[in-house]
Design a protein around this ligand. Sequence first.
Ligand SMILES: [Zn+2]
Ligand SMILES: [Zn+2]
Length: 356
Amino acid sequence: MKTRAAIIESKGGDLRVDEVDLAEPGPGEVRVQIEACGICRSDLHAIDGGESVRFPAVLGHEAAGLVEALGSDVAGLAEGDRVVLSWTPACGRCPPCRRGDVQLCQGLRMSTGGEGPLTWQGRGLDRFMALGAFSECVVVPARMAVPVGPHIPATHACLIGCAVMTGFGAATKTANVRWGESVAVVGCGGVGLSAIQGARIAGAARIIAIDPTEERRAAALQLGATDALDAPEAVQRVVEMTGGVDAAIECVGKSQTMLDAFNMVRPGGRAVVVGLASFADTLPIPPIMLLTEKSLTGSIYGSANPALDFPKLVALYGQGRLDLDALLSKTRPLDEVNEGIAEMREGKLTRVVLTF
Ligand SMILES: [Zn+2]
Ligand SMILES: [Zn+2]
């Protein structure tokens, strides 16, 4: 079938919305009519050449939509179901999947290298994170389409597919924040604000948000942070305020903020790195520091099992406990994708969501 997608032809270029060809869903696949797709920082990173994307490509990996057609051998989904797309394939067969660490599935790919159902002018298009959801329709494995019920708007549901799961899960699953604990969140974009909400819902007594941008600190306080700090001297301030937090969650992606997170946790505390560093970055930590039994761990996709965790987040939204309105700054139609990307680059908005 013909559909329309936003194509990026080369590093740093503008996206161009054009007609593309989409194959019918094969065995175990579904076609999803995309209703909404957030513009995530990783998409900006991919445009800048910081991800393993093969151009021409279709970006977009934070999406919700309606199941429109089923291939053979698909169970548990029906036409018309609202789904949130997951970017972990959850193959169920590799060693991490079999031991329950679905977020570490060995089938996870940032790039499909032009293989797959999407072609443009006779060439295969790469689909970022194996989704390529800046497109009116996608064909994906059914396991990557998680049904979430009709009671959440697509503009909100899509956020669960990347930023919310990543941040909320980093706090509640990777850092395992427990009631009464103190938590610092470094970087208050969509992921950091979701980590703050995870810490709040887990019962953290003190949540310190750290961000250089005033708008983001204000959003953090609105979503459950008890304190908000500008970035300079944050480590010293956090230690003065708490004696070192039980857990710190880094959502920026720079080695300095990762070090800060490590340095602001108490002896025995947990530092969790969520932000995406470049391959060249290193982290200079004196090993003697490890005698304090601090832990430093990474977190991908909030250690999520999307099939189980997406519906839980939707339930928290339905109960009014998870605020998604505050994360959704603005919507724009697909044709205004370049304007949306420019707004996300300015760094003031939490999320611009494309609608279809
Ligand atoms: Zn993302
Ligand atoms: Zn797997």
